[in-house]
Write a protein that binds this ligand. Sequence first.
Ligand code: K1U
Ligand code: ZN
Length: 169
Amino acid sequence: MALLPILCYPDPRLHTVAKPIARVDARVSQLVRDMLDTMYDANGIGLAASQVDVHERLIVIDVSQERKQPLVLINPELVWTSEATHLNEEGCLSVPGIYDGVVRHDEVHVRAWDAEGQSRTIEANELLAVCIQHEMDHLMGKVFVEYLSPLKRNRIKTKMRKAQREDAR
Ligand code: K1U
Ligand code: ZN
């Protein structure tokens, strides 16, 4: 089992736009395994490759109670989004301890390769839909706090920098 270090906001590397993956080879399969280990170890429901400083279009998710239903999305593309939206409470492993509301589409359809490189379309609602939208933002270099007001965001930045200085001591 390999745990990958998770970048913490406001690390500028979190704003890198991820590139498509050309093929699912042994390197990508190992990255999928390491990202799943890292997500489960951190008690997250999702993780984007961008958060472990790999700027390629790969997401892992598990919103199941039993934490035994991993979903691997490679080169995900939103093919349909509902008009209806909702304000949902979100958290982020790259912004530990911060939770706030973000408006997201209620339902999304996403086309992606699975861990075997097979193309699939997933119809998602509720927490899975929220998590997919949050993780796809990471692949575009966007962290959920960027939906908040500049005042809130600056307070979060200051708090994170202080926590990181204290951790380094
Ligand atoms: O991308 C990440 O950092 C993972 C993130 C995913 C996420 C959580 C909540 C809403 C949208 C996306 C997390 O897993 S944060 C930690 C967590 O487990 C959690 C937080 C709030 C609600 C449910 C789960
Ligand atoms: Zn996140």
